[in-house]
Write a protein that binds this ligand. Sequence first.
Ligand SMILES: [Zn+2]
Length: 62
Amino acid sequence: MKLLRTCREVAALISAREDRALSTTERVTLRAHAFICRRCTDWEKQVAAMRQSMTTWRSDRE
Ligand SMILES: [Zn+2]
């Protein structure tokens, strides 16, 4: 099992998480990478903020 991934792979996982549930291995990979990489932690926060505003936008329209 390879835990250390490139930022590109991790960014793909963060996006995939919006569409599907990640496997345990994938989640561990994300956590391990977030521990060593500030850039991906920031990206993860941005995705979470975007999802939050989309949810707000959708519920405003309903
Ligand atoms: Zn990274």
